[in-house]
Design a protein around this ligand. Structure first.
Ligand code: ADP
Length: 299
């Protein structure tokens, strides 16, 4: 199948893909099949090709965002892409893919691991607030403030009353960001038990992946169903039109990369940012350019 062929049905435009993957309370997290490819009927080669085409569109959309940020009369907008999911669900790979598309000046990536001593000495949103992107930028979060519910709950790092209160704190925080011009787009990756086992096995057996292996990943895997419940709770309590959650099937890495790119594109397109109008007279500027050429020729 070629780009422009059947894979480009009406459902595969960015808004259509976003609608298909938007979290639905009735279906839940567990109701999304990790090996499905909603909105895409092609094969892996088609997916990779489509990713490359989207990379150009995402780059252009981010440049418009940046162009506006530079103009006194431009729109002040920025976007945070939150990626959550089980170990080895592919968060890092998706971010690497997007970084390749946009470049480090337009897309900054931040990974949130176990809080440092300094971070732990602050309110849990302190380290997140420091990474809110400047106008015109996109920030991709590899894990996020949601770990302050998920990791804290699963590892018993604070009493229930503490992490329970954070659902609402996070909703308020994200509402504030969105109202102020920073879009918050949240993706929960879903990977099957079999696929995760395969990826963890690779980490254990392949020298170039061994550095990623953590014994705690196996301990977490044993608690598969408890994690499923924790994800469900996060989704149901923090999904909002202002800061929506998407559940992205991630057994096929190429699909997850394509789908997250499309979701991002949907949100960038929804900002409706055209190229800002030139604030100079093109005829005068062209005459100036020609004059410089003539002067260089004269030596
Ligand atoms: P990854 O597993 O994403 O490749 P790391 O090996 O650095 O990256 O692991 C990050 C770990 O940090 C995860 O186990 C995660 O649960 C934990 N973590 C992240 N944020 C917090 C937090 N706020 N409190 C406790 N643990 C956290």
């Amino acid at each position: 199948m070629t780009p422009g062929g059947d894979a480009r049905g009406p459902l595969t435009d960015p808004a259509g893909v976003a609608a298909l993957l938007r979290y639905e309370r009735a279906r839940g997290f567990a109701g999304v099949a990790p090996d499905a490819t909603p909105g895409f009927s092609g094969n892996k080669a088609d997916g990779v090709r489509s990713q490359d085409e989207d990379a150009d569109l995402i780059r252009s959309a981010q440049e418009r965002l940046h162009a506006h940020a530079l103009r006194p009369d431009g729109h002040r907008r920025a976007l945070i892409l939150v990626l959550q999911g089980r170990d080895a669900s592919g968060k890092g790979g998706i971010i690497r893919h997007l970084s390749g598309a946009v470049g480090p000046h337009g897309l900054q990536t931040w990974a949130f691991g176990v809080p440092t001593q300094e971070e732990a000495a602050h309110h849990f949103l302190w380290r997140i607030q420091r990474r809110v992107p400047a106008w015109g930028r996109i920030a991709a979060f590899d894990r996020s403030h949601y770990e302050d519910i998920l990791a804290v709950r699963m590892h018993g790092l604070a009493p229930r009353v503490v992490w329970e209160g954070r659902y609402d704190t996070i909703v308020d925080f994200e509402n504030g960001l969105t109202a102020g011009g920073v879009d918050v787009v949240k993706v929960m990756l879903t990977v099957s038990q079999e696929e995760q086992a395969g990826r963890l096995r690779e980490r254990i057996t392949r020298p170039e992946k061994a550095w990623k292996h953590a014994a705690s990943d196996l301990a977490d895997r044993r608690r598969w169903h408890e994690y499923t419940q924790a994800f469900e709770d996060v989704l149901v309590r923090t999904d909002a039109d202002a800061a929506p959650w998407y559940v992205v099937p991630s057994d096929r890495k190429w699909y997850a990369r394509w789908a997250v790119g499309r979701i991002l594109l949907h949100h960038l397109e929804a900002m409706r940012l055209e190229w800002p109008a030139a604030d100079f007279d093109p005829a005068t500027a062209l005459a100036g350019l020609d004059a410089t050429t003539a002067l260089i020729a004269e030596g």
